[in-house]
Each structure stands twice: as structure tokens, then as C-alpha cells.
Write a protein that binds this ligand. Structure first.
Ligand code: FMN
Length: 398
């Protein structure tokens, strides 16, 4: 397994291990970690394991078509890149590397509301594939201006993340001194010295990364002071948020509007009432409410509530093509990965990010072939069996 040769990397776990090798513990833990005692991380993976995919044979699967339409645009596969903040800490320039990898693979990339590249750069690099994820600000004029900037940059989808009402209890970060400014205990500093490649990049790029989308609002001199901007972001994020904010953003944004982090069927119904176009069923990769269910567990109830009225997407715990197939059989229109592509870009830059997208796409392609599903439209609940083998009897398809 060699980071320089993307072809030698074959799955999620190899990407994860390569990232772990290159990154100091403080950075790697920030990606991998969850909240509290991290039971939620396992629950997200187990959520998929509860489902089996029951194959149908004697179907012509010699040609498979993974292309998928979403919000009026056809993508090459139903797997996009979820927003992940602070990406430049793991590799300078990572946000736009991910954006370009997504563009070249013809899938969406969502820039984080705490991204480390600008909305305007995203508009230049990947106008047809870049979406912007908004974190609401206490000062409403800032959120409004970010919406205007996304519009001016030519982006067509805005994602409002609703599942960070307060910051979560991320113990790994506390133990490692992962704060702004960094407060690394001596043992964390010594461990970081064992990762010279990362250290070199970190210092060459000027140390702690900047949140350029927030810098214009953070006062004089902020453009050159990453820690000042970070403190400003911390003071502005997690404002009180209600459905009134959803309606206000809806009114300001003329294109596709998505809520990310919806987990309850009643909230899905309220999203529909508020004029939202789509929701991403997500528990933020188990980084917020540790005891939340996994998105696949709540998905059927949400699908029953609003599935025929709005676009449903899913993330959290997706590690490969069979997870994607399961989510699509449950009724998700599109699936996003967070850690998978972040591990990849951290370990090997844009080429490995492209490889990660290729891996998940190839896995999905083969899974569909094995299942007897020649295209995305043929995926449905008939393929699924979960804890109760009686489920198979309920299949209606001939
Ligand atoms: C390092 C990291 C940073 C993240 N930052 C954000 C963020 O800024 N905004 C957001 O909506 N979600 C954020 N997320 C959550 C992801 O968008 C996504 O919901 C999650 O990673 C999906 O789970 P997975 O990592 O198991 O694929 C972050 C996740 C990680 C791992």
C-alpha cells in the first residue's frame, strides 16, 4: 500500500490507515473521532450491517448504469462528498482538491461552512458540482451575505446544517489540546514530530489554516490572522436557530435548498412545509448527539413521511458501495461520504481523493451487478432483508 500510487489502494480501511500514518494524532483524531464515548460511530456502521442485500439472478447485468439525476442534473454516480471543515489542516489546499476530484468524477462536492477555501474559489473551480454548506451566524447579516456570495459565485445548491445547536463533547480533541489556538500537551507535540511530511506542509503553508469565508466579517487585520478569524467563528456559530431561519434562508436562496442533519420524521414534514427541496438524513458522522440513531435506522420512517414529496439523501457511516446500495434500496436518492474522501485527500491529495470516489463507485457497480440491478432505478426495498428473515416474504416484485 503506497500513498504515491492510488491504484494500490483498494478500500475505505486502507485509506483510513494511510491517513493515520501521515497525520499526527491530533489531526487524525479530529477526523475519526465522534462525541462522548463514541458509541455512535459503531452504531452508524452497524446500521448498515443490519441489512442484507438479497440477490436476484438471471437478470442481464452485463451493462450497468450508475448515473443518477439529482435536482435536474445528471451525475455519474449517486455518491458525493459531504462537507468537512478544517480540511486544510490535513493537507494545504484540500478543499479545492476535493472539489476538483468531485468535478472530474462528475459528482457533487459540498464545501463546509468552516471550509478552508473560499466560496468564490469553489465557484471558479467547480461551478456545476460545488454546493455550499451554511452554518448560521449570530449576526444574521453574515449568513445573508454568504448566501448572496454563493449565488454570485454561480452555485446552485445551498445546504443548511441544522444539527449543531450547541457544540458537542469531543473528548479526543480535548485530550489532544485540539483548540484554537492549539494547546498541545508535550506528548502530543512529540508525537507530531513523528509525521515530518505533515509538519513540513503545515509550517510551509503558514501554520493554522484560515477560514476565508468568515475573514471579511472578523474585523481589521483578520485576513492575516487565522486564530483571530477562528475565534470570531467560534463566537458566531451555534446561534439560536429555529424554523424561522429556515424560512428566511429559503426566501433568500433562489435555487435548490437542502437541510442537513434532519433525523426525525416530523422535522422532515416541517422541512417540506418550509419549502425545502431536499433533506440529508445525517447524524453528522456521530459527531454531535452520540446517542442518536444511525440515519439508516430512521430512514424508513422519514421516507414514509415525506419520501414522495422531497429529495431524500443520506450520510454517516458509509464505508463502501454496498452501504450505498443499501441506502438507495431504502429510498435515498443520493449518498454522501465524509471521512472516506477526507482520509484520502489527507493521505494522498487530489489523486487519492479521485481514487476514493472511484473505489466507492466501482464497489457500487459490482454490488449492483451481483444483486441483479442494472441501473439505479432498479434498486428498491425488495432487495433488502434485515433482522427478520420474514421480510423476504413481504417482497412484492415478481
Ligand atoms: C472532520 C470532519 C469535519 C466535518 N465538518 C462538517 C462541517 O463543517 N459541516 C457539516 O455539515 N458537517 C461536517 N461534518 C460531517 C460530514 O458532513 C458528514 O455528515 C459525516 O462525515 C458523514 O459521516 P462519515 O464520515 O461516516 O461519512 C464533518 C465530518 C468530519 C469527519
Amino acid at each position: 500500500m503506497n500513498a504515491a500510487r492510488p491504484g494500490s489502494v483498494h478500500n475505505y480501511d486502507e485509506l483510513r490507515r494511510l491517513a493515520k500514518r501521515r497525520l499526527p494524532k491530533i489531526a487524525y483524531d479530529f477526523i475519526e473521532g465522534g462525541a462522548d464515548d463514541e458509541e455512535g460511530l459503531d452504531r452508524n456502521f452497524q446500521g448498515f450491517s443490519r441489512y442484507s442485500l438479497v440477490p436476484r439472478y438471471l437478470v442481464d447485468v452485463s451493462k450497468r448504469d450508475l448515473s443518477t439525476e439529482l435536482f435536474g442534473r445528471r451525475y455519474s454516480s449517486p455518491v458525493g462528498i459531504a462537507p468537512t471543515g478544517l480540511a486544510a489542516l490535513f493537507r494545504p489546499g484540500a478543499d479545492l482538491m476535493l472539489a476538483r476530484a468531485a468535478r472530474d468524477a462528475n459528482v457533487p462536492f459540498i464545501m463546509s461552512g468552516t471550509g478552508t477555501a473560499s466560496i468564490e474559489d469553489l465557484g471558479r473551480e467547480a461551478p456545476d458540482h460545488g454546493w455550499y454548506q451554511l452554518y448560521a451566524a449570530k449576526d444574521k447579516t453574515i449568513s445573508d451575505d454568504m448566501i448572496r456570495r454563493s449565488k454570485d459565485a454561480g452555485l446552485k445548491t445551498l445546504v443548511f446544517t441544522v444539527d449543531v445547536p450547541v457544540h458537542s463533547n469531543r473528548l479526543r480533541n480535548k485530550r489532544n489540546g485540539m483548540s484554537r489556538p492549539l494547546k498541545m500537551p508535550l506528548k502530543t507535540k512529540i508525537e507530531a514530530l513523528m509525521h515530518p511530511g505533515w509538519m513540513l506542509d503545515y509550517y510551509r503553508s503558514g501554520g493554522p489554516p484560515m477560514f476565508p469565508n468568515w475573514a471579511p466579517y472578523a474585523g481589521p487585520g483578520a485576513q492575516n490572522d487565522a486564530d483571530k478569524v477562528a475565534a470570531f467563528v467560534a463566537s458566531q456559530t451555534t446561534p439560536p436557530m429555529t424554523w424561522d431561519d429556515v424560512k428566511r434562508f429559503r426566501d433568500l436562496w433562489p435555487h435548490n435548498f437542502v437541510l442537513k442533519g434532519i433525523m426525525h420524521p416530523r422535522d422532515a414534514e416541517r422541512a417540506k412545509e418550509a419549502g425545502v427541496d431536499g433533506i440529508m438524513v445525517s447524524n453528522h458522522g456521530a459527531r454531535q448527539l452520540n446517542t442518536a440513531p444511525s440515519p439508516v435506522e430512521v430512514f424508513p420512517a422519514i421516507r414514509d413521511a415525506v419520501g414522495d414529496k422531497m429529495t431524500l439523501m443520506l450520510d454517516s457511516g458509509v464505508r463502501g458501495g454496498s452501504d450505498v446500495a443499501t441506502a438507495l434500496c431504502l429510498g435515498a436518492k443520493f449518498v454522501f461520504v465524509g471521512r472516506m474522501t477526507l482520509y484520502a485527500v489527507a493521505a494522498g491529495g487530489e489523486r487519492l481523493a479521485s481514487r476514493a470516489l472511484e473505489i466507492v463507485r466501482n464497489e457500487l457497480d459490482l454490488t449492483m451487478g451481483q444483486m441483479g440491478a442494472p441501473d439505479i432505478a432498479s434498486l428498491g426495498p425488495d432487495f433488502l432483508m434485515w433482522d427478520d428473515p420474514e421480510d423476504l416474504k413481504r417482497n412484492r416484485r415478481p
